[in-house]
Design a protein around this ligand. Structure first.
Ligand code: HEM
Length: 219
């Protein structure tokens, strides 16, 4: 095993800030939805708006970071070892079998994680963000103080946004469980806090092919 710097500073900042904002948006959003009372309706609406602006800024920085560092390449889907990975999570893990894929700095995600995180980034987050913005700008006031109502149904937007919220919460619960399936139950979480993780040493052949495939810069 070798101690490897796997999660860079911005990546850790983005990860934890995004997690905190999503949990806060879920709390305030479900209060708006009338599921419970914590802040009071008016305050919940206000906080939900502020947190959603913060999330939009964070997402803009994260997109920039993914493309300028080349980290987007980590999310190119592959079917290589996908079956083995599904078999591992459904059977092998309960028998103490070794992980079918090795984690390296240039290939941090297993094929199932790639598919899940890609769906999170290109389907789930856009779904909640776009429906949220449509919710927000349903009613606007133009420069002559005339109230403009958009041409879509608010009810549909609210339903799509709420479905997105439930899907995000489901993702969060499964994601937290999956983080406990590393070398030890807390090794993945510690790595996302400190940046460092103990990984199996890369064999030469493996790391050479990875190096050819990727050109991810250290940022
Ligand atoms: C950029 C992201 C988001 C934007 C722009 C946004 C925007 C909005 C807006 C405008 C509303 C109506 C209340 C209000 O006027 O403030 C709302 C409601 C709500 N939001 Fe969000 N939101 C976002 C992210 C989230 C996230 C991440 C969650 C949960 C994980 C969430 C859950 C909810 C729920 C459950 C409601 C109540 C829906 C209803 O019952 O009508 N939102 N959101």
């Amino acid at each position: 095993m070798k101690k490897v710097y796997i999660y860079k500073k911005f990546e850790r900042f983005w990860h934890w800030t995004q997690a905190a904002l999503i949990i806060f948006l879920a709390l305030t959003g479900f209060e708006v939805h009338n599921s419970f009372t914590i802040f009071g309706f008016e305050q919940a609406v206000f906080y939900h708006r502020i947190a959603s602006y913060m999330l939009l800024i964070l997402i803009a920085f994260a997109i920039f970071w993914h493309f300028t560092t080349g980290e987007w390449k980590q999310y190119v889907p592959t079917t290589k070892k996908l079956k083995e990975q599904i078999r591992y999570y459904t059977k092998g893990i309960f028998k103490g079998e070794p992980h079918p894929t090795k984690k390296t700095t240039l290939s941090k995600l297993n094929p199932l994680q790639i598919l899940t995180y890609l769906a999170f980034k290109v389907i789930l987050v856009p779904l909640i963000v776009i429906s949220g913005l449509m919710y927000m700008f349903y009613k606007t006031i133009d420069k002559n103080d005339v109230v403009i109502i958009s041409g879509y149904e608010l009810k549909t937007v609210a339903i799509v946004h709420t479905v997105g919220a439930f899907l995000l919460i489901t993702f969060l619960i499964v994601h937290v469980y999956m983080t406990t399936t590393g070398h030890t139950p807390t090794s993945n979480i510690k790595a996302m806090i400190t940046g460092f993780e103990n990984l199996e040493e890369e064999d030469k052949e493996n790391s050479e092919t990875e190096n050819k495939k990727n050109s991810i810069t250290e940022k």
